[in-house]
Design a protein around this ligand. Sequence first.
Ligand code: C2G
Length: 132
Amino acid sequence: MKKVITYGTFDLLHWGHINILKGAKELGDYLIVAISTDEFNLLKSKKAYHNYENRKLILEAIRYVDEVIPENTWEQKIDDIKKHDVDLFVMGDDWKGKFDYLQDYCEVKYLPRTIGISTTKIKTDLLELENG
Ligand code: C2G
């Protein structure tokens, strides 16, 4: 069984997130998503609209996702890959090159980021709607 892992905040879930989760799942048989905790988001200077529990609940409802684990630190990826016996690490290509060091432990693939949608865009578009 080919196990795939990916990481992210996945706040205000949108079709760009679904594309990467679908794409990652299609490259294996079992997809683990390490979702950033609220504390780790602070390290990424991100403030998620939904808290960790609710973002986890939403991700677990997605057909492409088999398991959700917490992402607490930048450094946990190697341990996660070993602990969960992961064969393939997948991220959107806005991260291209940043995780190549993981190639010593598993395959690394960057999939094309979906253009035209992001959590930040959703927030700014809603603000503009409100302000008219
Ligand atoms: N993504 C995408 N297309 C978009 C938006 C996001 O493919 N339009 C992908 C990102 O490339 C990433 C995943 O969706 O692979 C999750 O994106 P975020 O929730 O923004 O996660 P990020 O802040 O990039 O955190 O340790 C890694 C970090 O936790 C990644």
